[in-house]
Design a protein around this ligand. Structure first.
Ligand code: NAD
Ligand code: SF4
Length: 441
């Protein structure tokens, strides 16, 4: 059974409220941190090996140490709660059921970074959660954990919750900052990174909800103990939101030593695939990472088991980078049609493109149109090659990662499931009435 750090108290009735949270050890890590120097807190986070839980997996301690500290210029912590990646809903769970864990993590992190005004930018669709967060902020303030001169240390902190307007692109950190400043959420060119020039051109750390919540157990048990959990550079625990064709969709905390097979089939986690269906593929880290076919998902190309961690999910057979992504684990059974699924994603990325760069603005539209044509049984064989060519021209040629995120699912679908695209071309009538999965299994 995986060790629980973030969700260990999630089952306790009333844990959402300060009194209950405090009764179960809440804010003890903050009390401990506020007695340490800011350098000591930073060192604990570095030693823990925590990697950003929003999707990129960038080392949190390293990001914090990049924060510029020009004399007299305020610094900010901004929590990215614009969780919009299809298949990803773990931050929603944390904020809804454990809001004080996030507030406590923000207190420790803001203290370490020297931010006296910190923000939570939350996606507009999570319309009921800002009230939960604001209530928790008020409770923490009333108890002396926010506001002026916290616990007599001389440290001041105000936290504000900002609701997004419902655009996926505002989860990209620089688009988020633009939006927070009151403008249209268009991504900025990086560098400069927000750590140097962020909110109102001030040094800013933007971190995901889960990353900041994880700072609480790191201070609580120490960075060294945290680093002992997990394996290699995949330290600590990770929240996974599991959905799709599984018996037990939900949010799970894993310690990154379990295999993908165990995660899908064991009763402790997803509980297997309904109706005895076979596993076809999975998107292990939210829709911005490529689809992975069952044979590569359960075993590496060397025949070793595939583990639920950054390294194992990065090794061999995939397009690029790690597939841990945002922890949105989407399972597809044998009845699903990869062409249909890829078309749905292409429509999503086309709709969410901010339109600043030509390859993304035009390319996502073309990919959607061609996929729709193939899916409707009106495609030709050369359309598959055209699709491949378009995604190649998007990848690496855009301002922000949305372009890559739109290209990778298409590339992986063609690379691993070309036969399904060809079936649609070769069976125009059938493909109008049936999907590939149901027709072929
Ligand atoms: P990134 O690799 O560009 O950056 C990661 C973080 O490290 C950023 O905060 C960046 O500012 C910082 N950083 C990197 N190099 C730095 C340097 N030299 N100096 C200072 N800071 C530096 O990735 P990203 O654009 O932040 O995130 C992309 C990921 O987001 C994708 O992999 C995807 O999985 C994920 N994603 C998540 C969601 C969600 O809802 N959780 C939605 C869309 C995408
Ligand atoms: Fe906008 Fe797409 Fe360019 Fe990102 S890649 S800046 S979403 S057009």
């Amino acid at each position: 059974m995986s060790k629980k750090l973030l969700l260990k108290n999630a089952h306790i009735e009333g844990i959402r409220y300060f009194e209950t949270y405090r009764k179960h050890g809440g804010y003890e890590a903050a009390e401990k941190a506020l007695k340490m120097t800011t350098d000591e807190v930073l060192e604990e986070v570095k030693i823990s090996g925590l990697r950003g839980r929003g999707g990129a997996g960038f080392p949190t301690g390293m990001k914090w140490s990049f924060l510029a500290k020009p004399e007299g210029v305020p610094r900010h912590l901004v929590v990215n709660a614009d969780e919009s990646e299809p298949g990803t809903f773990k931050d929603r769970y944390l904020m809804e059921f454990l809001p004080h864990l996030l507030i406590e993590g923000m207190l420790i992190s803001s203290y370490c970074l020297g931010s006296n005004v910190s923000y939570i930018y939350i996606r507009g669709e999570y319309s009921w959660i800002p009230d939960i967060l604001e209530e928790a902020i008020e409770e923490a303030k009333a108890a002396g954990f926010l506001g002026k001169n916290i616990l007599g240390t001389g440290f001041d902190l105000e936290i504000y919750v900002q609701r997004g307007g419902g655009a996926y692109i505002c989860g990209e950190e620089t688009a988020l900052l633009e939006s927070l400043e009151g403008r249209r959420g268009n991504p900025r060119l990086k560098p400069p990174f927000p750590a140097v020039k962020g909110l109102w051109e001030r040094p800013t750390v933007v971190n995901n909800v889960e990353s900041i919540a994880a700072v609480v157990p790191i201070i609580d048990i120490t960075g060294a103990e945290y680093a002992k959990i997990g394996v290699g550079r995949s330290t600590g625990t990770k929240l996974i939101s599991a959905c799709g064709n599984i018996n037990k969709p939900g949010v799970y905390e894993i310690d990154m030593t379990i295999t993908v097979e165990e995660f899908i089939y064991s009763d402790e986690y997803c509980g297997g695939i309904p109706n005895g269906k076979k596993l076809k593929a999975c998107i292990p880290g939210g829709s911005s990472v490529p689809i992975v076919p069952a044979n590569l998902l359960l075993k590496t190309i060397n025949g070793e088991p595939r583990y639920m961690n950054y390294e194992s999910l990065a090794d061999g057979g995939f397009a690029t980078g790690t597939m841990m992504g945002s922890g949105g684990f989407i399972v597809l059974d044998e009845d699903q049609c990869v062409v249909n699924h890829t078309m749905t994603l292409a429509r999503f990325y086309n709709h969410e493109s901010c339109g600043q760069c030509t390859p993304c603005r035009e390319g996502t539209g073309w990919m959607y149109k061609i996929l729709k044509k193939i899916e409707n049984g009106q495609g030709k064989m050369e359309d598959i090659d055209l699709l491949w060519d378009i995604q190649r021209k998007i990848e690496g040629n855009t301002i922000c990662p949305l372009g890559d995120a739109a290209a990778w699912p298409v590339a992986a679908a063609i690379r691993h499931f070309r036969d399904e695209f060809e079936w649609h071309v070769n069976n125009p009538e059938l493909s109008q009435t049936q999907n590939y999965g149901i027709a072929n299994y």
